[in-house]
Design a protein around this ligand. Structure first.
Ligand SMILES: C[S@@+](CC[C@H](N)C(=O)[O-])C[C@H]1O[C@@H](n2cnc3c(N)ncnc32)[C@H](O)[C@@H]1O
Length: 223
């Protein structure tokens, strides 16, 4: 009897531990294999891609590429690969720009492993310089370049200014149904989006979701 109680207790504890682990595991299955945890970005990635599909969007532009391929889904997001997978299914296209040769190399490796080279193009450049010259319409703009710091206020300000400059450079490529997603926002000091979101709200953009990532659309697209 005592042994039965002990076994039952062990099973119960194992179930509780498993349930706790599963509740923290934010998968993007079936788009991505279940084993990958997209953590704080899972819900906003999902919502963004659903909205993009609804709007028949095809062209995704990302600043700051997935330097670790799929190795850091929980920390960095691996958006280049996630968007690439989505683009492959929906006959879309991803363009990702990064200033670092190492980041481009890491992303290239990830794209190769996932067989996404035909739908994702990587560019080695400062994002603002690249966007100023970019001349195609963009359906989803994902801003996630200049790394943010949790403590260094100088880096925080530089990162925030850079993301504003990216929007200013690319505004000409956005249309009525374009979507903007900004990463690393819910952080001390306001995150990457602080200045650019204030700027967008003064223009014709509205926030659809305000979480770790901020999702915005044009007012006219929902009215
Ligand atoms: C957080 S990572 C991007 C993560 C990626 N979006 C993902 O989902 O996995 C930030 C990247 O921005 C790049 N970066 C920093 N400053 C940049 C700039 N001025 N122009 C373009 N990329 C830049 C870095 O080299 C780094 O690879």
């Amino acid at each position: 009897m005592t042994l039965q109680i002990i076994i039952a207790l062990i099973v119960l504890i194992a179930i509780i531990i498993l349930a706790k682990k599963l509740s923290k595991h934010k998968s993007l299955f079936p788009l991505m294999p279940f084993k990958y945890n997209f953590n704080l970005r899972r819900d906003t990635f999902k919502e963004t891609l659903q909205l993009l599909e609804k709007r028949n969007g095809k062209m995704i532009l990302e600043t700051g590429t997935s330097r670790d391929g799929l190795k850091n889904t929980a920390g960095d997001g691996a958006a280049t690969i996630v968007f690439g997978k989505w683009a492959k299914i929906h006959k879309g296209e991803v363009i990702s720009v990064d200033i670092s040769n190492d980041s481009i190399k890491g992303a290239q490796q990830g794209l190769h492993e996932e067989n996404l080279n035909d739908v994702v193009t990587l560019h080695l450049s400062d994002s603002v310089a690249f966007l100023e010259k970019f001349n195609r319409p963009i359906d989803l703009l994902y801003l996630d370049s200049y790394d943010y710091s949790l403590h260094d206020t100088e880096i925080q300000a530089k990162s925030q200014e850079h993301h504003l400059k990216e929007f200013v450079a690319v505004e000409k490529n956005l249309h009525k149904n374009s979507i903007i997603l900004i990463d690393d926002c819910d952080l001390p000091g306001g995150g990457k989006g602080k200045i650019v979101v204030d700027h967008l709200l003064k223009k014709d953009w509205v926030i659809v979701t305000n979480a770790y990532q901020i999702l915005l659309v044009k007012k006219e697209s929902i009215s």
